[in-house]
Design a protein. Sequence first.
Length: 328
Amino acid sequence: MMPTPSQPGRTDGCYGRVLEHAGHNEAEQQIRAAIADSRRSGNKSKRLWAQIALANRWREYGDYRRAGLLLSLTLGAAESLTGRDSPLVAATYNDLGVLNKYTGDFASSEEYLQRALRLYESAYGPAHDTVATVYHNLGGLAHAREEPVRGEVWAARAVQIRTGLHGGDDHRTAADAAAWAALLEGCGRLDEAEAQLRRALEVFRRAFGDESCEVAVALHNLAALHHRRGNLCKALVGYGQALTLKERILGASHPGLAPTLVNLAAIYRRLECYNLAASCCVRCIALLAPRVDSCHPTLAAARRSLARIVLRPHVHEELDDRGPSACF
């Protein structure tokens, strides 16, 4: 949902602020207008920054193919215009890293993010917003790779930097804290994760209201904590709230619904509601299969879950998945 491009569900910078108050189509029109204006004026740098913003829009709305093509074109143009060590190039590396995390190309994702980190630290020092953003995104990559211990270190550093810059009640700090919580949960530190999530949720609601991607992701992750603790009824309610909110904000065909669907499927299987579980798995697979690598963990989890439903009672539930997955 970590994008300051690429924090969960929200883009930083001037174009991102426009989008907070605009629908998807209106936002895209405004960015395209900025690109056209910069072409007419000959401002190549402004045009490339706007292209990054447009690629982020496409990624956030699930159009990974177009986002990747535009970012690749932007990277070549940025390197030609500003050299390989500029903030513009670093921003493109960062966003390519985030995109490749979503598509499941984790090796490329890490390479791009590490490049961005080196450039940002060289340009701005170790305690800058851009540096915190890349730490956040490296934590997200580790979460996607199911390496929570490694990712928790990155995420904690992002929170430390952002708290020093903006304080604990800023929405940027809350976004980092919520992401950190997902990794704490993966490390088994459930009470710490819940404390971070509940504080972040309060900040999100004050900053954005009840209808935001940030709130939806936090609700999902609180449900995942209930799930891991074995409180299936509370988990089911929480996932349902998160899914309904995501559908209203993102639409019913967005790949960001997939983590909630796969966790709902696991709950329904435990409750022996096999038709509902299968429906969630089928929907998750349909959302992800055209967009991500075939080995993507969420897609693989949905396929395993569907196979267990089809093969029951020959597969024992004690050999079930690794547990609920948090959103990042």
